[in-house]
Design a binder for this molecule. Structure first.
Ligand code: PNS
Length: 170
């Protein structure tokens, strides 16, 4: 069921921070869909490194030349948000077998909640198989290099925050 605006996908996640693995999935998704909406979850329970607004801003910088990529935030049920966006598809990245159970659980639960929405699992480039936001945060916090693991704008912002003594933000 394509919407009038063509095929629309929502790519939801926490993106704290956006990694080059996420960027890879968004680029691949933007080839398949007319619009791909990167939807950042507003999760009051977590204590993120970057605010949702900061995460949106950095993601917009990375995709500023790609009109088919939109960046937004959402709260509540993903399926409700996806339907509001007229989306046909939920995109998620699948790095390794270890992701599979979690992704399968979400995909099937989302299908139960909204049978017309399909979940498409996409594999990133092999070099990003073991890359995660959690590892990026850990490596950075311990003084390791994250060059090539995150977009330049994210690396610069992490360094800025570290230099200003800023760590976790609400
Ligand atoms: O990057 P993450 O943290 O793995 O993303 C998880 C996310 C945001 C996709 C998931 O937590 C989600 O969809 N949350 C919204 C609430 C919801 O719809 N929950 C039911 C999922 S079956």
């Amino acid at each position: 069921m394509a919407s009038k605006a063509g095929r629309v996908a929502v790519y939801p996640g926490t993106f704290d921070p956006l990694t080059n693995g996420h960027v890879d999935i968004i680029r691949r998704g933007s080839v398949l869909f007319d619009r791909i909406v990167v939807a950042i979850l507003v999760n009051p329970e977590k204590s993120p490194l970057f605010t949702v607004e900061e995460r949106m801003e950095m993601t917009k910088v990375v995709f500023e030349d790609q009109p088919g990529v939109e960046v937004d935030m959402f709260q509540g049920l993903l399926v409700d948000y996806a339907l509001k966006q007229d989306a046909d598809v939920i995109v998620r990245g699948l790095r390794a077998i270890s992701d599979f159970e979690y992704e399968m659980e979400m995909a099937l639960m989302n299908r139960r909640l909204s049978p017309t929405l399909e979940t498409v699992l996409m594999m990133p480039a092999e070099s990003y198989t073991y890359l995660s936001s959690r590892l990026v945060k850990e490596i950075f916090a311990l003084g390791g290099s994250i060059r090539g693991l995150v977009p330049d704008v994210v690396e610069a912002r992490l360094e800025e925050n570290a230099n200003s003594g800023q760590h976790h933000r609400a």
